[in-house]
Design a protein around this ligand. Structure first.
Ligand code: NAI
Length: 462
């Protein structure tokens, strides 16, 4: 008799969701976590703390930029960085404790410590070895740095250090114009730091719809963030009170440097599987360090599964959660499924940026005939009222059938609005289906409907 039906290694969004679903399906389940708190990178040093800082600094920005316009005079707001950090920590604690509560409620055993797999069917935590019929690897990812850069999490930091800097720096260079770089760059720019983003490619946010990326860069530049694009960072040299970032412009190979008090390295993340002992038990890996799985998240060793950032695919908490639920169903003998074509991506800056499905660039490559319906928030009364009319909704549909293929939004509430289109896509809806659905007025969501109308006979307010 095994001690458990399932042991999940890793208590992040993939792992804890998987453990809860396993328990709900009647499986005796344990979840192993070594960091002393549940919730993984997302809750402890990622999504949640960054959203706390984005929220606080968004309000600060509103005070500085928009209060007087609304007749709110004389507001003097001082930043108490220590207090902002306490607020962030309270948000983290509330969320991680919430998961402990959910574990108790669902009777998931929480095994505290770092887990390893000495043999198939066994998980070692500290000195104890527990047996399980199934093991799920949900160990997530860690920041990937660049050669020539020594991270000290003090003045040369990853996202982890950037969330807990001892003080607001006067200047910051962000290496990489991806999601982390732009979210954290926004936080510090709003706090008054001079922020420069250095990016290897010629556009920000690789993979995002080109038009949205261009508009996003313009809006961020208006907020004071500087960009150096097409620049390959060569290394960072630490000096007295400053760091020097050396980069080469790709167009002419010319070499440049830029100084900053703090350097944030945000050049991607890599799977974290160190210490699990996967090699010794013969778990096959992919060349980029991910655990190799089949379509049902099974690894090459029977009874061992893997999900989330540790396997292939976008490194997103919600993708890991979906895989966690689906693999639980598979282990319980049901039919777990993840629709990888409908996974939204959101950047929580102001304005927010959200997308799902295909971009125009990808459809062009595929040679597929498509139509685009666009609607600017300039025509949305609600967005105008909150000074966020800069963005737009772009809906992409099949030219022949009107079926929705993708949606890209830059504007207020984009991260919530995108789900209307996710549901529509799951139901195989056409733009006309969305256009014929009544949308409450005045909401930002009306812009989605208008973009759907623009795929047909035309938007009303454009
Ligand atoms: P990323 O992959 O989004 O962006 C990294 C950027 O660094 C790329 O634009 C790349 O071209 C650039 N880069 C690489 N080498 C460079 C060099 N030598 N010089 C200059 N630029 C260079 O990675 P990021 O932002 O670190 O995020 C990591 C992961 O975390 C991503 O998968 C992201 O989706 C996820 N994440 C998601 C969030 C969200 O959903 N809101 C928030 C934070 C992270």
């Amino acid at each position: 008799m095994a001690d458990f039906d399932v042991i999940v290694i890793g208590g992040g969004p993939g792992g804890y969701v998987c453990a809860i679903r396993c328990a709900q399906l009647g499986l005796k389940t344990a979840c192993v976590e070594g960091r002393g708190a549940l919730g993984g990178t997302c809750l402890n040093v990622g999504c949640i703390p960054s959203k706390a800082l984005l929220n606080a600094t968004h309000h600060l920005h509103e005070v500085h930029e928009n209060f007087e316009k609304m007749g709110l005079m004389g507001a003097k707001v001082k930043v108490d960085w220590a207090k902002m950090q306490d607020y962030k920590q309270d948000v983290i604690n509330g969320n991680t404790k919430g998961i402990e509560f959910l574990f108790k409620k669902n009777k998931v055993t929480y095994l505290q410590g770092w887990g390893s797999i000495p043999a198939a069917g066994q998980v070692k935590v500290g000195d104890e070895v527990h047996s399980a019929k199934a093991i799920v690897i949900a160990t997530g990812s860690e920041p990937a740095s660049l050669p020539g850069i020594e991270i000290d999490e003090d003045t040369v930091v990853t996202s982890t250090g950037a969330l807990s800097l001892p003080k607001v720096p006067k200047s910051m260079v962000v290496i990489g114009a991806g999601v982390i770089g732009l979210e954290m760059g926004s936080v510090y720019a709003r706090l008054g730091a001079e922020v420069t983003v250095v990016e290897y490619l010629d556009a920000i946010t690789p993979g995002m719809d080109g038009e949205i990326a261009k508009s996003f860069q313009k809006i961020l530049a208006k907020q004071g963030i500087k960009f150096v694009l097409g620049a390959a960072v060569q290394g960072v040299t630490k000096g007295k009170g400053k760091n020097t970032v050396a980069y080469k412009l790709r167009k002419d190979e010319s070499e440049h440097t830029i100084d900053a008090e703090v350097v944030l390295v945000a050049t991607g993340r890599k799977p974290y599987t160190a210490g699990l002992g996967l090699e010794a038990i013969g778990v096959e890996m992919l060349p980029r360090g991910q655990v190799k799985t089949d379509a049902h998240w099974a690894t090459s060793v029977k009874g061992i599964y893997a999900i989330g950032d540790a396997i292939i695919g976008p490194m997103l908490a919600h993708k890991a959660e979906d895989e966690g639920m689906a693999v639980a169903e598979v282990i319980a003998g049901k039919h777990g499924h993840v629709n990888y074509d409908v996974i939204p991506g959101v950047i929580y800056t102001t304005p927010e940026v959200a997308s799902v499905g295909k971009t125009e660039e990808v459809l062009k490559q595929e040679g597929r005939a498509y139509k685009v319906g666009k609607f600017s928030f300039m025509g949305n009364g609600r967005a105008k009222a909150v000074f966020q009319a800069d963005g737009f909704v772009k809906l992409i549909v099949d030219a022949g059938t009107d079926r929705i293929l993708g949606c890209h939004i830059i504007g207020p509430g984009a991260g919530d609005m995108i789900h209307e289109i996710c549901v529509a896509m799951e139901f195989g809806a056409s733009a006309q289906d969305v256009a014929l659905t009544c949308h409450a007025h005045p909401t930002y969501s009306e812009a989605v409907r208008e973009a759907a109308l623009a795929c047909g006979d035309g938007a009303i307010h454009a």
